[in-house]
Design a protein around this ligand. Sequence first.
Ligand SMILES: *[C@@H]1O[C@H](CO)[C@@H](O)[C@H](O)[C@H]1NC(C)=O
Ligand SMILES: *[C@@H]1O[C@H](CO)[C@@H](O)[C@H](O)[C@H]1NC(C)=O
Ligand SMILES: *[C@@H]1O[C@H](CO)[C@@H](O)[C@H](O)[C@H]1NC(C)=O
Ligand SMILES: *[C@@H]1O[C@H](CO)[C@@H](O)[C@H](O)[C@H]1NC(C)=O
Ligand SMILES: *[C@@H]1O[C@H](CO)[C@@H](O)[C@H](O)[C@H]1NC(C)=O
Length: 448
Amino acid sequence: MSIKKQAKTICIISAIFVFFFWYYYYITGRNTDYKKPFIIYPKIKKTKFPTACGIRVENNPMLKVDNLKTYLLGSYIEHRLEVKTLKTIAIVLRSEKAEYQCFLCCNGTNISVPATYSIHSDHFGFNYGTADITCQVPETCTTPMHVAITSPSPLGKASQNVKVIQPVRNQQTRDNFTYDFTVCISVMYDYTNVLELVQTMEMFKILGIQRVAIYKTNCDPNVQKVLDYYVMQKFVEVIPWTISSHLKVSRGWKNWESPGELHYFGQIPALNDCVYRYMYQSRYVALQDLDEIILPVPKGLENWTELLHELERKYGRNVGFEFENNFFPLIIKETNPAYSPDLWKKVMGVNILQYVKKLRIDPTTFNNFKVIVNPRSVYSASVHGLLQSKGGTIRVDSNIAHMYHFRNMTINVPENFLLQDTRLRDYAGRLIPAISNVLTEVLDVQTI
Ligand SMILES: *[C@@H]1O[C@H](CO)[C@@H](O)[C@H](O)[C@H]1NC(C)=O
Ligand SMILES: *[C@@H]1O[C@H](CO)[C@@H](O)[C@H](O)[C@H]1NC(C)=O
Ligand SMILES: *[C@@H]1O[C@H](CO)[C@@H](O)[C@H](O)[C@H]1NC(C)=O
Ligand SMILES: *[C@@H]1O[C@H](CO)[C@@H](O)[C@H](O)[C@H]1NC(C)=O
Ligand SMILES: *[C@@H]1O[C@H](CO)[C@@H](O)[C@H](O)[C@H]1NC(C)=O
């Protein structure tokens, strides 16, 4: 090979390299700045973490208390008692004889006060349960902005152990709510159901829900894209849920079937945190799961605004509402092209519009109802309904509204145990294009 030929080859190879590098940067940089392939992004300066009383502030759940098996979710001012009280929602080892105190940071100065705790009665026999750790806010502390729960130390040196501190939420009561309806979704874990997530979110929007709080452990990358999309719209709030890195969570509610140390991924503490978090942000909260949708039944009631108006007219304003659970088993599918656009078939997950057969209600067994409540009337919540509240809850006539629960159950049901219920499809005209839009926008589904 002559020198000239070699030089030519090297030139060509270099040109190809340069082109591919340019193309790579062009493609990867496209979403942010597609006109400038060679942008060099300035290094973001690592901001110093916020502090209070010289201690690092952590906004998210699962702060561990000293040497105790106690994990903190969130701290809130409880305005509804005679004395101003601070309440921290926690996950605790029930058998541990714990003692706590509150280390309060009050606008720069600190004070430690004794705390008491009570464990919620709903724990389904698991070793860990939900607890409320409470302390009275002393009058000298006019603004308890931050709190750390510590174990008491005899020499009053507790503050030396304090490594992280939490913000105290709900500083003020409010009656001008940002949202009418917030849905609290307890624990997203190993979640891969992209299509059903988008369907449920879009159905929520049609029903007039303005906010969805999701306690998230982990999910599929495409689910994350969908979440990011809704977070950007401020429709979804994702609260990181890391309890499974501290203890073994159960995947169910029966310890013998699904062994673990905490009931169902920590559903109950998450729901309690959500009620307090949205107490002064939302007129109502619904405590439910992602495979459940509460729908009004009569054609004249189209969304939750109209539904709640009707329920309060019928049952009064000072009561929470229970919605009868109706199982739609995923083994009984009714395929109908009108409710299953080709576009959706490229997306992982269940298409809830294909399920129109529900199990007949057995009045002799417990119904897994879910609730919509005024959070300001709730002191503690559980999976189905409330533990402590002002006014309690009432079961809504299932002809006015009930819950649609799409579940993969291994059952063998005779045909006469099934009822046809196509109410969800009444929304298809608005729902289908809305879902397709999101899939196209978020997942670029045309091309995958
Ligand atoms: C708490 O206050 C005391 C004085 O009352 C002070 O000596 C101590 O350094 C403070 N601790 C923290 C963590 O701010
Ligand atoms: C916080 O402290 C500063 C000075 O230390 C004072 O000017 C301010 O009014 C205090 N704020 C509240 C809400 O107490
Ligand atoms: C609600 O009212 C409070 C004062 O009571 C005010 O600080 C807050 O910004 C208001 N919020 C909204 C969403 O209007
Ligand atoms: C609920 O439906 C009524 C009647 O269709 C409509 O006027 C209202 O705007 C809807 N509300 C929401 C929040 O979508
Ligand atoms: C339901 O569960 C079965 C067995 O676990 C599984 O093969 C099937 O794919 C599941 N169906 C849906 C729709 O998730």
